[in-house]
Design a protein. Structure first.
Length: 272
């Protein structure tokens, strides 16, 4: 059965790929983007199935207006994909206030506003699926990507909490955790702070650790996302790519080992 999908950040990258995949199989799609012209050709190809809305997700009122327009246009919203966001590279000391606020405004507040706007619609429907775009860096942090990881760690917390809050309304929640893919995320879309030379060795070590084969093929994610939105019981978390799971497992094995080693101190700190 065709679904109605509302997706942010669909002008390029993974969001654009997923939008095209939904349209090709007959779904109805609402794309909320900063530049509607970027989807002009797609809108011509799918005039009845695609609604393109201009939206800055950091504008809370505009987010509520966009969801209302989508609901009025197609009658329902079956799936929300909170995909809008970008990466920012910079050591913690290198980040300025404007950069920090911009990253959190888009990746966290933007996601929150869209989520809040869709919830009354889905509660009234007694159904829906909210997909929050996190990242492998929302589970494990790496040097020079701290503010991006902070934003995605927030997405993880929001998504997990939301899932527990709305399950009784028939609403499902999934947190997507892609590892690296060959999109413009790490090039044209990546913001960067003014570097401080003292961190050059840290940056160079990170660059040296990145292998070409670690970046997945973006188009290969489409089938996974289609399966996800069609699942009767979708998972709370889904990794996209083959790099994430072994990386997460190693990281959590090390964390558990440390927690066990310090368990006596932890228990004593309880006080009773």
């Amino acid at each position: 059965m065709a679904k109605t999908i509302f997706i942010t950040g669909a002008s390029r990258g993974l969001g654009r790929i997923w939008t095209e995949a939904f349209l090709k199989r007959g779904d109805q799609v609402v794309t909320a983007v900063r530049n509607p012209d970027s989807l002009a050709q797609l809108a011509k190809e799918y005039p009845s199935n695609l609604l393109v809305l201009k939206l800055d997700v950091t504008d809370r009122n505009a987010c509520f207006d966009a969801l209302a327009k989508a609901k009025n246009h197609f009658g329902a919203i079956d799936v929300l994909i909170n995909n809008a966001g970008y990466g920012h590279m910079g050591a913690i000391e290198e980040l300025n206030e404007e950069e920090i606020r911009a990253q959190i405004e888009t990746n966290v507040f933007g996601l929150l506003w869209i989520t809040q706007a869709v919830l009354p619609i889905m509660r009234e429907q007694k159904s829906g699926h909210i997909i929050q775009l996190s990242s492998a860096l929302g589970v494990v942090a790496i040097p020079t990507m701290g503010i991006y990881s902070a934003s995605k760690f927030a997405v993880e917390g929001i998504g997990e909490t939301l899932a527990a809050e709305v399950s009784g309304f028939g609403i499902k929640v999934t947190i997507l955790e892609p590892n690296g893919f060959s999109t413009d995320f790490s090039s044209a879309s990546l913001a960067q702070s003014q570097p401080i030379a003292a961190y050059d060795d840290v940056r160079n070590a990170l660059y040296a650790s990145i292998k070409p084969e670690d970046s997945g093929v973006p188009e290969a994610t489409a089938d996974a996302v289609l399966k996800l939105v069609d699942a009767e019981n979708p998972p709370l978390r889904l990794i996209l790519g083959k790099v994430g799971f072994p990386w997460f497992k190693h990281t959590y094995d090390e964390r558990v080992k440390t927690w066990e080693e310090w368990q006596d101190v932890s228990v004593a700190a309880h006080g009773k």
